[in-house]
Design a protein around this ligand. Sequence first.
Ligand SMILES: Nc1ncnc2c1ncn2[C@@H]1O[C@H](COP(=O)(O)OP(=O)(O)OP(=O)(O)O)[C@@H](O)[C@H]1O
Length: 752
Amino acid sequence: MLFHVGEGDYILVDVRKRQHVYDNLDRFRYEVNKVTGALEIFGIVASRDVVEESPGTGEPSEPGAAQETGEPEEAEEAGQAAPGTAPETRSAPTADADPALEEAATDEAAPETPSTPASPPLFADYTAEQLRELGVAEGLISPALALTTENGLLEMVYGAPSHTEEVLLALADGNGFDQVLQNITGPVTAEGPVDTSDFSAALARPATRVTTSDTDLREVLEDDFSAWKVFLHPTQEKLVERTYRGPARISGGPGTGKTIVALHRVKHLVQQLPRGRNKAVLLTTYNTNLAADLRHRLLDLAGQDVLDRVDIVNIDKLSFRIVNESGQGSHGRRPISDDQVALEWRSMLTELGEQHWPPEFLEDEWNQVILGQGVRSRSEYFRARRAGRGQRLSRGQRAEIWQLVERFTMRLEEKGRWTYRQVAQAAAQAEGERAAKILANREREAQEGGQFLHRPDESMTNLRFRYEHVVVDEAQDLSSAHWSLLRAMVDQRENDIFLVGDTHQRIYDNRVSLGALGIRIRGRSSRLTLSYRTTREILGSALGLLGEEDWDDLDDGADTLSGYRSVLRGPRPTFRGSPTWAAECEAVVAWAQDLLQNAPRDTVPSIAVAAPTKREVDAVQYALSKAGVRAASLGKEGPPAGFEQAVHVGTLHRFKGLEYQHMAIAGVSEGLIPRAGLDRLRESAPTRYRHELQKARSLVFVAATRARDSLTVSWHGDPSPLLPKTAVRAAAGEEEARVDDGGLFQPAGTLF
Ligand SMILES: Nc1ncnc2c1ncn2[C@@H]1O[C@H](COP(=O)(O)OP(=O)(O)OP(=O)(O)O)[C@@H](O)[C@H]1O
């Protein structure tokens, strides 16, 4: 079935048996969207909810039914495209194509769930004119207004153009007209008037997204990262190409494409640079393995020439580099891990017989207040901000703490050790001094009319800021010292710093106020809300894990995930308790074996298991290997070479930034998540206690949102108190999970 666009251009809409095409032809619509200017080809789905309005036969239809393989629709939903496949050709999947839909379809047809004619229309608050203004496809406006159930809506949007789908789901999720107009329709609104009869012009517009759900084609495209070279969502594209008058920040829930945007931004910035050989752009992140991953992806996306202009390094390595170069206090000292630091505090206080200040409190005060604010002297500490620390300190108390901290740093120094935070602090200081010199030179040069009358030291006048642009991924995990370091590496001007991150995924205890560090993002913050990775079902359960905590925006304000959504669907996550750890391991092995055995021929599904600590990781890996399942544990640099396709097992921390088709989170038990002994902090270091709890939630949230298709969460003994009660009860068979609730629990304001 071909659509003739004009001249010699055709679009492949679908490949089906001839009779099928004839039978279903009248269910297809094509139109140029008056608002976005996109060419949209779509099927009208007959749901009972909209049956009167639908021009189809009334039976649950499968126009074009491209879904023969049972593959989830990720590529299609994601707006990814294959040249020569149909723009916005969307079809209602057949029942056998997708288990989740099968359930929905069965549910729809079941006599016990009749549509209630009395229930008000879902979009009762909106008029046809408003839906039109938001860019809902003309042919779907009246069917949409007639909808009364969420299932009907979900069924209908499967056949709808994706812009219509996004708008309707966002409205149903509780976003208001203005919000949807601004966030969803605004970015894709056509520039200039739209001629709805000019298909060629429509095809050339970025809003015309060419998509495919053909598995073979998808494999060709997805095999390498190059698919994303071409197709960013227009909302993402605008963020990439915009000129910002200062630092800019992009936030958004997991899988919304923040990393993709950061990579495209780097490419864009390099392309604007004058010719040269230096590495003028810094791309940095927290973890070593993510930095390596960014390098591969940037090479795929932009090629060697772009890569040659970019310095890609994780932030701690960069700090070491600066410290070594400047000689600032390194003296051959070796870094010490956070766990070792905690032990050192404990030993020192015991040796001193000091009982007044708990070690956790002192450690936190040192990290968050003293190192966190770059405090360098006792008098600076007297003036340091302690807002939100939960405990007021008198001058005398501050003096005592300062003395203990000084002792502690001396102790580490004597042992030839220092913490990563200290290294970052030293690097920030060295780089800050360098920046101050550059600015002083500049001022002198300006005063002396562009030339130095008294030429100072040559090396000083040649000093330049190290980078033209800085781009940061996983920004939520960087500390104040890291930000001070980055601030000093780039001049304060247009497009200086571009950062992407999500504070709901903060898994290292670094909290910052960017404005106070000279990184002013106010007015230059944007949020991505559509997840391209996770299904609605997984997303719902993952959001439930976040509880009722408050989340910051890196700048003394609050962040939220409101409007965060997915249009992908899949099975509900499973939750399972086992009596013992051994039994839980067995269940995890059976789960992996089942996935491997049932994978389509010649494919190896990507599978991972996350667990709280190295101990559980080793046990799971051992159990998998013993059962003949190829497994490897994730190290600092990712999986060992040659084990890319094995089942990956790692601590929760290791999964940041990664994604897998199937994810298991094991050991979500009381005493493991959050770790045992945390209660001790409740009294001694209440702020830290709160932050540790939040961090534990974020860790599980990060792991859960790595899953693309399926998620399973398990525990042994008592479940973690962080698991929502409904999940635990349902796992124990005490409560039936509702078929239509999408997950086992559902965050407020989220539609399933
Ligand atoms: N416009 C797009 N079209 C299709 N797929 C996309 C698009 N943008 C991102 N993706 C895909 O979505 C997935 C998540 O993207 P990415 O890793 O950039 O998200 P993220 O926001 O950085 O996630 P996290 O916060 O969890 O690390 C990737 O598989 C990516 O290729």
